[in-house]
Design a protein around this ligand. Structure first.
Ligand SMILES: Cc1cc2nc3c(=O)[nH]c(=O)nc-3n(C[C@H](O)[C@H](O)[C@H](O)COP(=O)(O)O)c2cc1C
Length: 353
């Protein structure tokens, strides 16, 4: 029995399969976004790790590499956020993803420009809030997901949100193959979104020494910590993380200040903009100012692994799924294999062979 994977998400985003490549700071660069889209998935460009003036050229670069629609992810708290929003609207990309920053007026601005709004949420109350302010779809990220993450597992958060909202729901956190896609569709999701699995592809522009740390990591090598930036962050164990875990408060403060200064150089942000970003994170994450200051640790240390290819000197955000993956397929191999497997699994369940 032929089973179609044509869900409302596919129509909304203009992709071939209900598979989303999520935004990952320093990782979801134009090469990865284009490769994901060319393979039939829908890719999000990570603009949260770009300077405002780099966003337009990065969008142009994706358009040189693919004629497929794609999206852009941003944070309301990053320096130059207002300019980035204007750039995205002028470029008329297909979709935006974000955390909890934008308000109702901004969602309306995107939607009036024909841009699909698809935030990522880690808790039911945030999904409800986002739907209330008018988004088109939500991606739920279960606790096993990569980067900053909540504590409710995908298997609980997904049905909880599906029962509570009427917009399409995309499932993220721990997905990597066709069985997972079939299971998410069976729950009632409109598709899956994956970060770590797309990072672990040949098309991903992350340097090989860093990718090999992901390939070599087992489940025991992956930890959830608040020591790095004050928020729950899932990382691969390495030399830098061991330092953070053993450091006393003074050493933590010194490294937070050093990384805030480096972040200032990297982003070209003014001091006032960094303070505003820290305050925004304080509000969003319910953090103390000291914790918010630590927020600069993440982008600076992630850049060292993902751009400079020095995994022993930076940190590596990851989903738990890296602990069971050991290969680097191309996006084409990954997406076509997932789609075929999911269709086969669903066909079998529907009584086919
Ligand atoms: C290396 C890495 C960087 C990430 N950076 C961001 C980011 O900048 N913004 C964001 O909204 N989510 C970020 N995430 C979360 C992903 O977009 C996605 O929601 C998550 O990876 C899904 O879980 P999975 O890794 O199990 O597929 C990041 C994840 C990883 C692994």
């Amino acid at each position: 029995m032929a089973v179609s994977l044509h869900t409302p998400l596919v129509d909304m985003l203009g992709c071939r399969f209900p598979i989303v490549q999520t935004a990952m700071g320093w990782v979801a660069r134009p090469e990865l976004v284009a490769a994901s889209c060319n393979a039939g998935a829908f890719g999000f460009l990570a603009a949260a790790s770009l300077r405002a003036e780099e966003v337009g050229p990065a969008i142009d670069r994706v358009r040189e590499l693919t004629d497929r629609p794609f999206g852009v992810n941003f944070h309301m708290f990053q320096p130059g956020a207002t300019q980035i929003v204007d750039t995205i609207i002028a470029a008329k990309v297909r979709a935006v993803s974000f955390g909890r920053g934008p308000d109702k007026a901004m969602i309306k601005r995107f939607r009036d420009a024909g841009i699909v709004c698809m935030p990522t949420v880690g808790a039911l109350k945030h999904a409800r809030k986002m739907v209330e302010i008018g988004v088109d779809a939500v991606t739920i990220q279960g606790g096993e997901g990569g980067g900053h993450t909540g504590s409710v597992p995908t298997t609980l958060l997904l049905p909880q949100v599906l029962d509570a909202v009427k917009v399409p729901v995309v499932a993220a956190g721990g997905f990597f193959d066709g069985r997972g896609l079939a299971a998410a569709l069976a729950y009632g999701a409109a598709g899956v979104a994956m970060g770590t699995r797309f990072l672990m592809t040949r098309d991903c522009p992350v340097p090989e020494p860093t990718k090999q740390r992901y390939v070599g990591a087992g489940l025991d090598d992956i930890v959830l910590t608040t020591r790095l930036d004050g928020l729950q962050h899932r990382l691969i164990r390495n030399e830098v993380l061991a330092d953070f875990e053993s450091a006393g408060p003074f050493k933590l403060l010194v490294s937070a200040v050093a990384n805030a200064l480096r972040m200032k150089r990297l982003t070209g942000a003014k001091f006032g903009e960094l303070v505003a970003a820290a305050r925004g994170m304080q509000r969003e994450g319910g953090l103390s100012f000291g914790q918010a200051l630590m927020a600069a640790n993440s982008p600076v240390l992630i850049e060292r692994s993902m751009i400079q290819g020095r995994p022993a000197e930076g940190v590596m955000s990851t989903g738990l799924v890296a602990g069971i993956l050991g290969d680097l397929p191309s996006c084409e191999e990954l997406v076509s294999r997932m789609a075929e497997d999911a269709a086969r699994q669903l066909g079998r369940l529907c009584g086919g062979t």
